[in-house]
Design a protein around this ligand. Structure first.
Ligand code: NCD
Length: 309
């Protein structure tokens, strides 16, 4: 077991017992959220700062909601209007935030490792909300919680993670978590979007959707992250959809009751067809968003207890 960490910077290094404890706590918050109740005394008097250097809709909003449901004072720092635009370095921003005595700092940054660097410089507990192509630990936790609610147990499931694996911190965190919990994980996509070294994480690689999806319990689609591509790695969106976009025909290769996931934001008609994304039985995409709030409540709660994760 790793020593208890006072930050959540990555899935890498977490023990399956720590993951299970977080998922169990998140499950109790999922039930609380559905009941419409809150627990505003848990983080009363604590301050949470959302520091997002990259675009976000669901992650930032769900950390904000999670903090508020637990009673924290939540401040959203919009980097677009901050002194970062005046040339302030990341470490000077950290020193400024530190002087304000915030307790929890949620960071999203386009550079891999930025939250870990901040964690060395601030007294607050730092939570990585996505750093470059490195990790997005709360996304993997919310995906695992969503799967667990439908399949009971993670161990033994076959999970196909499909699309732009090369640029995806969601894929990395999910692979690390699902492999640690005993899933059989495959990555599926064109050779240009699957890094060769990925097999070191314990996954199998497929370049054909039929073979990659055969017998899968869970089909997790990824967004084509064009903003991170420095050169043309895919032909046209139309051609990409033809070979790697999830439609009814390709979903039929998976198990008859296979469930579909996507971290959002979705590019409909590029990596996923609308009728599959909106299928009320097969698609878990809305529930993923719901579980995101519960998982972030669990992480904020666990880190604010002082004992670490
Ligand atoms: C993802 C991200 O930002 O890493 N979005 C999210 O947090 N749900 C995935 C993406 O941008 O495609």
């Amino acid at each position: 077991m790793q020593p208890a960490s006072r930050h959540l910077l990555a899935i890498q290094g977490l023990h399956p017992r720590q993951i299970t404890a977080l998922l169990d706590l998140a499950e109790s918050y999922a039930l609380l959220n559905r009941s419409g109740k809150t627990q505003r005394d848990r983080l009363r008097g604590r301050t949470l700062i959302n520091l997002f250097f990259e675009d976000s809709t669901r992650t930032r909003t769900s950390f904000e909601l999670a903090g508020k449901r637990l009673g924290a004072d939540v401040i959203n720092m919009s980097v677009a209007t901050s002194s970062v635009n005046k040339g302030e370095t990341l470490l000077d921003t950290a020193a400024t935030l530190n002087a304000m005595h915030c307790d929890l700092l949620v960071v999203r940054h386009d550079q891999s490792g930025a939250p870990a660097l901040l964690a060395q410089k601030v007294d607050a507990a730092v939570i990585n909300a996505g750093d470059g192509t490195h990790e997005h630990p709360t996304q993997a936790l919310l995906d695992a919680l969503t799967i667990r609610r439908h399949r009971g147990e993670l161990a033994g499931l076959v999970v196909a993670i499909c699309g732009d694996v090369a640029h995806s911190r969601v894929a990395r965190s999910n692979i690390l978590l699902l492999v640690a919990m005993g899933c059989s994980v495959r990555v599926v996509g064109p050779p240009t979007l699957i890094p060769g070294a990925i097999t070191a994480l314990g996954v199998s690689v497929h370049h054909d959707m039929r073979a990659g999806l055969a017998g899968a319990d869970i089909v997790m689609m990824l967004r084509l992250q064009r903003e991170r591509m420095t050169r043309g790695l895919v032909p046209s969106a139309r051609e990409y959809f033809r070979f790697f976009g999830l439609d009814r025909d390709k979903l039929a290769y998976a198990k008859p009751d296979a469930l579909v996931m996507h971290p959002g934001p979705m590019n409909r008609g590029v990596e996923i067809a609308s009728d599959v994304a909106d299928d009320p039985v097969r698609s878990l995409i809305r529930e993923q968003v719901e579980m995101g709030v519960a998982v972030r409540m669990a992480v904020l709660d666990a880190l604010s207890r002082g004992g670490g994760l």
